[in-house]
Write a protein that binds this ligand. Structure first.
Ligand code: NDP
Length: 335
């Protein structure tokens, strides 16, 4: 046991927030023997709801939870933080243009980037869940520059990654734990490229390429991709609410792997600041296959995966969308 980690959740009065805080508090992310202090942040109109979440967390009587703070003030919320789950973002309202949505989120993530720089630990690890997640992470990293390395910023594509693994498992008829090394490339949006071509499946006790286990190339290049891309919309249609349980679980998977490292021989998908790998322009927050070393907590992009013409066209499309988002966001930063 060690000193408590200070873990921030923004948008903690929202539905993903409600699902994520219990998992973090009970040790799913940082382990059963790591004390944590949870800091819950939301906007002032939700102060009472936030207080309710805090009281429930106390009532969970969790040995790993050494404290809960519910705050609506950024300076207090970001103070001495080790890990930040940035879930709160401006939701798209009826008739809102993409540019207006981006501008509203630029304001939020500029302010949070500055708060990270001014108040959090310089080693803080940041996961952005609030949409448009990739570009929000880019903005936060920009305003924390000089204090917090850009490598400490990431956006969540782990839900897409988990969805892709689940689809392959269903197709092949194996438990999802038998599927590894799927990849999500690019933006957490409908232009993302879920890629099965480097994945492995354990079937009848043998590890084989997912592509041969699936044995259906038109599915791999068709329904597999569109099912993962459109999954969020299908959940909303059926539940009349967006996915919260699976999004929260994915956020926890992302942070657990960043904290403890990825298992040997396995990669996960994280949107991180591009270093130019695979021809992706430097500085874009782009989802790549990454491994993480648990002792240094540094990620590395998996190099040398074969990108065929089909994959390259998919990578290019999501790059183009992220460049447009970046340009719009940077223009909004100037306003
Ligand atoms: P949710 O908890 O359902 O969603 C939060 C964010 O996560 C949204 O931006 C949502 O994007 C995004 N998201 C990313 N991936 C997924 C996914 N796979 N499935 C679903 N959502 C995903 O929203 P609520 O409205 O319930 O809660 C948001 C909370 O954030 C509110 O309490 C609000 O007050 C708060 N907030 C806090 C801010 C702050 O702390 N400064 C700023 C703004 C809001 P999408 O909208 O595209 O579904």
């Amino acid at each position: 046991s060690s000193a408590p980690l200070r873990v921030l959740v923004t948008g903690a009065a929202g539905q993903i927030g409600y699902a994520v805080v219990l998992q973090i508090a009970k040790g799913d992310v940082f382990g059963n023997d790591q004390p944590i202090v949870l800091v819950l942040l939301d906007i002032p109109p939700l102060a009472a709801a936030l207080e309710g979440v805090k009281l429930e967390l106390q009532d969970c009587a969790l040995p790993t939870l050494h404290g809960v703070e519910a705050v609506t003030d950024e300076a207090a919320g970001f103070k001495d933080i080790d890990y930040a789950f940035l879930i709160g973002a401006m939701p798209r309202k009826e008739g809102m243009e993409r540019k207006d949505l981006l501008a509203a989120n630029v304001r939020i993530f500029k302010s949070q980037g500055q708060a990270l720089a001014n108040h959090s630990k310089p080693t803080v690890k940041v996961l952005v869940v609030g949409n448009p997640a990739n570009t929000n992470a880019l903005v936060a990293a920009k305003y924390a520059a000089g204090k917090i390395p850009e490598q400490n910023f990431s956006a969540m594509t782990r839900l897409d990654h988990n969805r892709a693994a689940a689809q392959i498992a269903l197709k092949v008829g194996v438990p999802v734990g038998n599927v590894k090394n799927v990849t999500i490339w690019g933006n957490h949006s409908s232009t993302q490229f879920p890629d099965a071509s480097h994945a492995k499946v354990v079937k009848d006790g043998n590890e084989i390429d997912a592509i041969s286990a699936i044995n259906d190339n038109s599915w791999v290049q068709g329904d597999f991709i569109s099912t993962v891309q459109k999954r969020g919309g299908v959940i909303i249609e059926k539940r009349k609410l967006s996915s919260a349980m699976s999004a929260a679980k994915a956020a926890c998977d992302h942070m657990r792997d960043w904290h403890f490292g990825t298992p040997s021989g396995q990669h996960v998908s994280m949107a991180i600041v591009s270093d130019g790998s695979y021809g992706v322009p430097k500085g874009l927050v782009y989802s790549f296959p990454v491994t993480v070393d648990g002792s240094s907590k540094q990620w590395k992009i998996v190099q040398g995966l074969k990108i065929d013409d089909f994959a390259q066209s998919k990578l290019n499309a999501t790059t183009k969308e992220l460049e447009e988002e970046r340009d719009d966001a940077l223009a909004a930063c100037e306003e």
